[in-house]
Design a protein around this ligand. Sequence first.
Ligand code: GLV
Length: 326
Amino acid sequence: MSKPRALVTRGIFDEALEMIRETIDVDLWEDEMPPSRDVLLEKVKGVDGLLCLLTDKVDSELMDTAGPQLKVVSQIAVGFDNIDIPEATRRNIPVGNTPDVLTQTTADAAWALLLAAARRIGESERAVRSGNWRTWHPLHYLGQDVYNATLGIIGMGRIGIEVAKRSSGFNMQVLYSDIYRREDLEKEYGFKYVDLETIYKESDFISVHTVLSEETHHLISTKEFGIMKNNAVIVNAARGPIIDSKALYKALSEQTIAAAGLDVTDPEPIPVDDPLLTLENCVIVPHIASASVKTRREMSMISAENLIRGIKGERLLTPVNPEVYD
Ligand code: GLV
C-alpha cells in the first residue's frame, strides 16, 4: 500500500523529517526562499497533509487545489494569520500550530529588543564598527533607564505574561490591556489592568503581544504615537502590521517617542530602502524571536507530530480549530 503524501514547505530539523518519513512520503521544499504561489499550488495537489510556514498563504484556493483528501494543515509557528481558519474548519481540516514551546524564547527576544532600543545598542555598535567611537563622552549615546520604569503590555497572552514577569528584576510597574482581565496575575504579580489609552499615556516601554486581526491591523498609528511619552520605547515581537510603519517612522524621526525595537515588520522582509532603516533609534531584527536551537527543534517536532496525527485521523497535539472534533 502506498504511503500518504505530505508537502513540507521548508527545511525543518532532520529528526522531525525522519519521524514524518517513517509513515509518510515527503515532498520537501529545500530552497531557502519560499515556493512561489504557483509552485505551492502545483505541489499541494493531491497531498494528504501540509506542513507550512507563516510565509505560505493557506486559503480556500489552496485547499481547493490540494483536493478533498487534504486532512491536516500543520503550521510551524504559534501565529496563523496566513491561514484561513474558518475555511479550514468549514472543510473539517484541523490546523495545528506550535504554542508554548516558543513562549520563553520569544519573551527573551522581546526583552533583548527592549534593552537594545532603550540603551541604543544597535546605534552604538554600528559606531564602534565604523570607527566612530572616538572617546568616552558624558553626553554620548544617552538612552532610557529600564529600572523603575513602567512597562505596558498590549495582549496578555502566553508571551505577554512572560515578558511582564521578567520585569520584576527591573522593579517595573506593569500595566496591561487585553480583552480578558487576569485578576490572578494582578494578585500574584501586581500587574494593573488598564485601557489602551492608559498604556499609551503612562508607559515608558510598550511591548506588543496581540494577534494580528482586522481589529488589530494598524492598532498603533498616528493618534496612538501622539499620546505616548517622548521617552517611550515600543517593542513589537508579534506581527508587523499591528503598527502603522509610516506613523512609526514619523514618531521616531521627529523623536516624539524615543526608540523602537522590532522583530517584525510590514512587509517582511523589510525592503532595504525602507525609511525605518535610516533611523538610528530603530532596532530591527529579521523575525527571529523564536529562533533558539532548542525551541526551533521543539517547533519542528510538534509540527511533525501534528502532521502525522492529522494524516492518521488522530486529534492534533495543538489544534487551533478544535471545533472540527465536535
Ligand atoms: C512566529 O512569528 C510565530 O508565530 O511563531
